[in-house]
Design a protein around this ligand. Structure first.
Ligand code: CMC
Length: 395
């Protein structure tokens, strides 16, 4: 049947029209609502960026205060969530936990579950943005066997997250401005990236009219994979492996292995479906990495040195040059997070926290479109033609 265009992996099919994020993959350019990522990352904070993605404009001072107040009012999660969390093994992967926790939120807000109602979507958006840091921190504390730290609403969004992560009932955590700013920048850089796999998942899931929290849980599930959000974790594990096996001297050997297609080894944190040039987020991440390491007196961090050397060697290698493979956002984000004290297994959960606003903005855009329909891809069937069932004894 030649009725449908076959485009595996959606290499050349646009699934929607959107006004949110623009990527020029050849130039290495990323814009949120028209604003370059470099300007947003250096002149705005994450909540301003959330406002921009959700409502289309950066807030003025009063709008920012109002939006911050609204988000802050919703930072706590229902106490029942603790019991749900307790059902997991302590060594559960944080992304398994997050998929469950975000899905579980769908059972708590019976006043606002109609995805087709703009007011319901609005309050769900605010709740999700507000509660994600609390949930990620709870997942971390649970894995550590430490008591949960409740949100403290006098702190900034990101300062509050860091405190929920690192304070204990025995010891307050004094947020360090440079580290909070770095974490905030990680959030900004991950906030949206047009129709990537998890965002497309959220759109498709939401198109059935499901509960908005359930649609976001689907996005979390998709993000987990190592070809997508899981790459930050995989990239740091890869750097650790090279380091353990001899460090910078062994890069040549490692690259050789990557180039051998039968090895199944990829250079994690490299390559992108859309960017055929340096990922602008990777540049900003590399800068942030320098700032954070300097602040912590870790300028000679061997993993950062290794990553820089690996990048240099790869960018001079014919294999990577001819395929236009450059570092992506995940190549350096792991080093920053590790320096801040975030455990490797939590990296992707932090990506999910940051991407939540993008998922919701995209979901809103889809549902606000008067022409939106349930997403229902077609297929090219090439299985068996019609045949008859034989009695079991004759099969
Ligand atoms: N290491 C080695 N070879 C690679 C890599 C890599 N990281 N990425 C792509 N290639 C090769 C690939 O084997 C193929 O070679 P050939 O033409 O000889 O068959 C060619 O480059 C084109 O790659 P592709 O797999 O067709 O490209 P894609 O658009 O389907 O995949 C990707 C994009 C991001 C999944 C892939 O580059 C990859 O797996 N990278 C490593 C994982 C990673 O860093 N992911 C994070 C992406 S950015 C953040 C996010 O989305 O969450």
């Amino acid at each position: 049947t030649g009725m449908f265009t076959y485009d595996p992996g959606f290499l050349s099919t646009a699934s929607c029209q959107s006004t949110i994020t623009y990527i020029d993959g050849d130039k290495g350019e990323l814009l949120y609502r028209g604003y370059p990522i470099e300007q947003l990352a250096t002149q705005c904070d994450f909540l301003e960026t959330c406002h921009l993605l959700l409502y289309g404009e950066l807030p003025d001072a009063k709008g920012k205060e109002e939006f911050t107040r609204r988000v802050t009012m919703h930072t706590m999660v229902n106490e029942q969530m603790q019991f749900f969390l307790r059902g997991f093994r302590r060594d559960a992967h944080p992304m398994a936990v997050m998929t469950g926790l975000v899905g579980a939120l769908s059972a708590f807000y019976h006043d606002s579950t109609d995805i087709n109602n703009p007011e319901h979507r609005e309050i769900s958006a605010i709740r999700l943005i507000a509660k994600m840091p609390t949930l990620v921190a709870m997942a971390y504390k649970y894995a550590m066997g430490q008591p949960y730290i409740y949100p403290k609403n006098s702190l900034s969004y990101t300062g509050n997250f860091m405190r929920m992560m690192f304070a204990t009932p025995c010891e307050e955590y004094e947020p360090n401005d440079v580290l909070v700013r770095a974490m905030d920048r990680i959030f900004i850089l991950h906030a949206d990236h047009e129709q990537n796999a998890s965002t497309s998942t959220v759109r498709l899931c939401g198109s059935s009219g499901t509960n908005p929290f359930a649609a976001i849980a689907a996005g979390v599930a998709c993000l987990w994979g190592p070809a997508h959000g899981g790459a930050n974790e995989a990239a740091l594990n890869m750097l650790h492996d090279i380091q353990r096996n001899g460090g910078v001297e062994k890069i040549g050997e490692f690259i050789k292995q990557v180039k051998d297609k039968n090895s199944g080894t990829k250079l994690m944190g490299f390559g992108h479906r859309v960017y055929k040039n340096y990922d602008p987020r990777a540049k900003l991440m590399q800068e942030t990495c320098r700032e954070v390491l300097a602040e912590l007196g870790l300028e000679n961090d061997p993993l950062f040195k290794l990553a820089m050397a690996l990048e240099k060697i790869a960018l001079e290698d014919e294999y990577f040059v001819s395929r236009k493979l450059y570092p992506n956002v995940d190549f350096y984000s792991g080093i920053v997070q590790r320096a801040i004290g975030i455990p490797v297994s939590l990296f992707t959960a932090i990506f999910a926290l940051a991407r939540t606003v993008g998922w919701i903005a995209q979901l809103n855009e889809m549902i606000s479109d008067p022409e939106y329909k349930i997403g229902r891809p077609r297929q090219l069937y090439d299985g068996s033609t019609r045949r008859d069932v034989r009695p079991i004894a004759q099969r």
